[in-house]
Design a protein around this ligand. Structure first.
Ligand SMILES: Nc1ncnc2c1ncn2[C@@H]1O[C@H](COP(=O)(O)OP(=O)(O)O)[C@@H](O)[C@H]1O
Ligand SMILES: [Mg+2]
Ligand SMILES: [Zn+2]
Length: 261
């Protein structure tokens, strides 16, 4: 600690002005104990404002994701870092998914295409890669939703009757997301007991309709014929809406969950 006497004797003096190299404003130079100090308060404030704005946007993107997403428990931790491709098709899918996430902004500016579809059998990393894209774009402050199709249908169904408001909110948020991931399309239960098409097809039809010409990632075990058949009367239209501006990525491999593989 400095003795009191030196504190008292330390002199603070106005020692002139400089031009801030950053904003061009005039900045006072202060002299204290023979040393010069000079801070541009305008620039300091701008930096602070930008940091606060970044923080606000990041929190908003986090909240949007957590409030609207339905992620299967075995996918929650999936990122590009913990994906290990087991064959060429998985390596190719990884590269494309990573490229998509890295070039998302430029891709949308170009406006030629905007969406991906991962197709292939189960347990080969379709959900894993989609979730990885979600994590990367959420970090870049985009509003992202990851929704497992069966879970989403159940959630919407549970809002029928009593909670009209929350149902509207679900649809509104899906429509306004920067990226909407609809995972495992076709895994939801569609037919009623007597084989009638249920409300689920209509619901899916309007959800996908609200996302035409916006960035989406779909994943499915079905090929396009299989999906068309599953959705009956609406099948052709659902698939054609899904495929508008969408690059299909075919994946193959054995179920990652099966032990010993
Ligand atoms: N190549 C991989 N590297 C690391 N984990 C994987 C890989 N493929 C699948 N998994 C993991 O195995 C489980 C099943 O994969 P998932 O992405 O759900 O398959 P799909 O959606 O194709 O059915 C998940 O927990 C996922 O994280
Ligand atoms: Mg899946
Ligand atoms: Zn300045």
């Amino acid at each position: 600690m400095k003795p009191i006497s030196t504190l008292i004797s330390s002199k603070i003096q106005f020692a002139g002005e400089r031009t801030c190299e950053n904003c061009g404003g005039k900045v006072p130079i202060i002299q204290r104990d023979g040393k010069e100090y000079s801070h541009c308060l305008a620039c300091d404030n701008k930096t602070l404002e930008k940091e606060m704005e970044d923080f606000r946007k990041k929190s908003e993107a986090e909240a949007f994701f957590w409030n609207n997403s339905l992620v299967p428990s075995d996918t929650e931790d999936a990122t590009f870092d913990n994906y290990h491709p087991k064959n060429e098709s998985q390596k190719d899918a990884f590269d494309k998914a990573k490229w998509y996430a890295d070039n998302f902004k430029e891709l949308l500016e170009k406006g030629e295409w905007d969406s991906l579809l991962f197709q292939g059998s189960y347990g080969i990393g379709k959900s894993h890669l989609s979730h990885s894209v979600a994590m990367l774009l959420k970090q870049k402050q985009y509003k992202v939703i990851f929704a497992d199709t069966p879970m989403l249908m159940k959630k919407i169904q549970s809002t029928y009757g009593n909670y009209k408001e929350s149902q509207i909110t679900i649809f509104e948020n899906i429509a306004k997301a920067d990226l909407f991931i609809l995972d495992d399309v076709g895994a939801e239960y569609v037919k009623s007991k007597d084989g009638e098409e249920s409300w689920a097809v209509d619901t899916l039809f309007s959800i996908i309709g609200s996302r035409v010409d916006k960035p989406n990632i779909f994943t499915t075990n079905y090929d396009s014929d299989g999906l068309r058949k599953k959705y009956g009367m609406h099948g052709g239209r659902i698939v054609s809406r899904m495929m508008k501006g969408t690059k299909p990525i075919k994946m193959t491999g054995d179920d990652y969950r099966v032990k010993g593989w």
